[in-house]
Design a protein around this ligand. Structure first.
Ligand SMILES: Cc1cc2nc3c(=O)[nH]c(=O)nc-3n(C[C@H](O)[C@H](O)[C@H](O)COP(=O)(O)OP(=O)(O)OC[C@H]3O[C@@H](n4cnc5c(N)ncnc54)[C@H](O)[C@@H]3O)c2cc1C
Length: 438
């Protein structure tokens, strides 16, 4: 019998760790413990499910047969404690599992609403499939909702509610949508589209309390004294990594579980991956958090390989990338694009990377094409980050150029001087650069 690997969490990090282990160790025993009764599914897909653009069954990328082929034992249960001395985890159902190697991939969860009235019936969040089903059930009766939060999840909930014919009042603490990642014109574009769809946006507005009637939501009161009647309040004010198990087990944790380049925690038998892992960026030496699907898969794979054998693979953080849709605008966000103000990092947003907000000295170029707007954050010789909104023709070229990173010094001056032609200049440069690489 090979090593016994216990993987806590049924998200992309744990599943890709299971695949990686099985890929190199035929004899390993792999046990996946997941608290979510719905198992493994696409969380980013929940937005499309809410908006009636994706049927529920399309959320599931892996079938039970796939798990069987991988020879993974799937246990639907919650791990309640880790005994590092005895190399054992305790399950909520009362059982226990011993391990040779343990992976903690417990993900992150919404920061709970804490204002008076937060426990009323009708206060919702969007962490998982049960939450999405709950929102949908309520949409049948709800006429008005208040949505709170400045990132992707709040917007996704607002769009989902609109698609279900619920009127939305959208409260933002700041002067514009997703301020620490989007430029002013990008935020405004999103807000204009929301406005046209009927969303009423309230800037500089905090949720002070939620008022109820017979135990259910009836209205909200804002910090500046407004009362907004509503039947639903959706709160998406950030996420927190689920580190409680690790903290109780005495593992080193800061915002997430601190891991080394091999994704090993402060205990050599325990690894962490996905949203919950606080990794060291090999390029900058800084500890970094990411709440993104693809990095979760990549971390899970590296952790799995290092669990299966003597650790030798290091996690190299890719340029962060999110391809999403913001109020109907297809959007690609690549690399370092934020304004450096870091305002939302107290709590991360979903689909967020700390890198996006850590902008060093850069020059901004904003260009429009027939169907897109393109923002480039230029360093001296490279493109540090980019945002493509609308037509996505430049999405792949910019992913390539930022990711490499390509030396674009030959076009930096013309990009600055001929901002309006920036999209063509980048496309032309990318074609030559790609051809030059064979
Ligand atoms: C609504 C929404 C929209 C998103 N949009 C985007 C997007 O546009 N782009 C993007 O890149 N990312 C997006 N994300 C984020 C992305 O889904 C996460 O980064 C990714 O799922 C993280 O994977 P993970 O494996 O670390 O954790 P998760 O996918 O969160 O999985 C963690 C699992 O661990 C389980 N678990 C937790 N504690 C225990 C325990 N004690 N015992 C057993 N099991 C436990 C949970 O039940 C869960 O199944 C979005 C997420 C949500 C919810």
């Amino acid at each position: 019998m090979g090593r016994r690997h216990v993987l806590i969490g049924g998200g992309p990090a744990a599943v890709s760790a299971a695949e990686a282990i099985r890929g190199v160790d035929h004899d390993a025993e792999i046990v996946l413990v997941v608290a979510d009764p719905n198992g493994y599914y696409s969380r980013p897909g929940l937005a499309y499910y809410l908006a009636a653009e994706l049927p529920e069954k399309r959320l599931f990328p892996v079938t039970p047969e796939d798990f069987a082929r991988l020879r993974v034992s799937l246990i639907k249960d919650e791990v309640t404690a880790i005994d590092r001395q005895g190399r054992r985890v305790t399950l909520a159902s009362g059982g226990a599992l011993t391990y040779d190697r343990l992976l903690i991939a417990t993900g992150s969860q919404a920061v709970p609403a804490r204002m008076p009235g937060a426990d009323l019936d009708g206060v919702v969040k969007l962490d998982d499939l049960e939450d999405a089903r709950d929102i949908l059930r309520r949409c049948g009766r709800a006429k008005r909702a208040v949505v709170v939060g400045g990132g992707i999840t709040a917007l996704e909930i607002a769009e989902g509610l609109l698609a279900r014919h619920v009127h939305v009042d959208y409260l933002m603490r700041q002067d514009r949508y997703w301020r620490n990642v989007l430029s002013e014109s990008e935020s405004r574009l999103v807000e204009e589209s929301l406005g046209r769809a009927g969303v009423r946006i309230h800037h500089f507005t905090e949720l002070a309390r939620i008022d109820g009637r017979s135990g259910s939501v009836a209205a909200v009161e804002t910090g500046d004294g407004k009362t907004i009647p509503c039947d639903l309040v959706a709160v998406a004010i950030g996420v927190r990594p689920r580190i409680e198990l690790a903290v109780e087990a005495g593992l080193a944790c800061e915002r997430g579980i601190c891991v080394d380049g091999y994704l090993r925690s402060s205990d050599e038998h325990v690894f962490a991956a996905g949203d919950v892992a606080e990794t060291v960026d090999q390029a900058t030496g800084r500890r970094t958090m990411e709440v993104l699907w693809n990095p979760a898969v990549a971390k899970g794979r590296v952790a799995g390989l290092n669990m299966a054998a003597e650790p030798s693979r290091t996690y190299e953080k890719d340029v962060p990338l999110n391809i999403t849709r913001l109020a109907g605008h297809k959007t690609t966000i690549i690399g370092t694009v934020g304004n450096g103000e870091d305002t939302d990092l107290e709590n991360l947003s979903r689909g967020d990377s700390q890198t996006w907000s850590e902008l060093g000295p850069a020059a901004l170029v904003e260009a429009r094409t027939r169907d897109a707007r393109v923002r480039l954050e230029l360093g001296e010789r490279t493109i540090l980050g980019a945002v493509v909104m609308g037509g996505q023709a430049l999405s792949v070229p910019l992913q390539d150029l930022v990711g490499a990173p390509a030396d674009v010094s030959a076009i930096v001056a013309s990009l600055r001087e001929r901002e309006s032609a920036a999209a063509d200049i980048v496309a032309g440069f990318w074609r030559e650069w790609t051809a030059g690489r064979g």
